[in-house]
Design a protein around this ligand. Structure first.
Ligand code: ATP
Ligand code: MG
Length: 177
């Protein structure tokens, strides 16, 4: 009997490491010959470090930027743009999930998109429901919705103990970008 199973994985919490842990999983999977796609729900968040790494890793480790700008301080009209972009991202995610082209798909900051009302938790739940059985789906971002947590197989909460920003230490190459 084939014991392989695609997992639903969530990295959430306020501590640093959600996206980088997801990328680490992606690297491990890629090393095993799996095909990995990273879709970004909040644009402008990607760092050159991972983009350049993905370039070198070739066709089986792809990072694609979706979404539109950063939402934290979005004005109302900007929010409409973000919403449209996030909805487009959701559509693209659905297409890729159904495509059979990937063994692991990382939906980066999708939890955040839900938190800010750009997509609904029901829409994310619908993505999980259509997931092919062997596909690993990784969702990152703070404040993962409880309904989505319910549907996951592996959930990790990053907890901040210390962050260098609090001491006024600036972003360091290879750590933050
Ligand atoms: P990373 O991409 O480094 O794994 P993350 O995905 O856990 O971080 P996000 O919520 O996506 O974190 O936020 C991205 C940015 O916010 C990063 O530059 C990160 O260092 C910073 N950040 C994350 N957690 C904290 C924190 N507790 N205090 C201050 N800055 C933080
Ligand atoms: Mg992140």
């Amino acid at each position: 009997m084939d014991e392989r199973q695609g997992l639903i994985i969530i990295n959430t919490g306020n501590g640093k490491g959600k996206t980088t842990a997801a990328l680490g999983l992606g690297m491990r999977a890629w090393g095993q010959g799996l095909r990995v796609l990273v879709l970004q729900f909040i644009k402008g968040n990607w760092k050159y470090g991972e983009l350049q790494a993905a370039e070198r890793m070739g066709d089986d480790f792809v990072i694609r930027q979706l979404g539109e700008g950063f939402v934290r301080n979005a004005q109302d009209d900007e929010k409409a743009d973000h919403q449209q972009a996030a909805q487009q991202a959701l559509k693209d995610a659905k297409t890729e999930i159904m495509s059979g082209n990937w063994d692991m798909i990382i939906l980066d900051e999708i939890n955040y998109a839900v938190k800010f009302g750009l997509v609904s938790w029901e829409e994310v739940a619908a993505l999980l429901a259509i997931k092919p059985p062997l596909l690993h789906l990784v969702l990152t971002g703070r404040d993962a919705h409880p309904e989505i947590i319910d549907r996951a197989d592996l959930v990790t909460e990053m907890k901040e103990i210390k962050h260098p920003y609090k001491k006024g230490i600036k972003a360091q190459k290879g750590i933050e970008f």
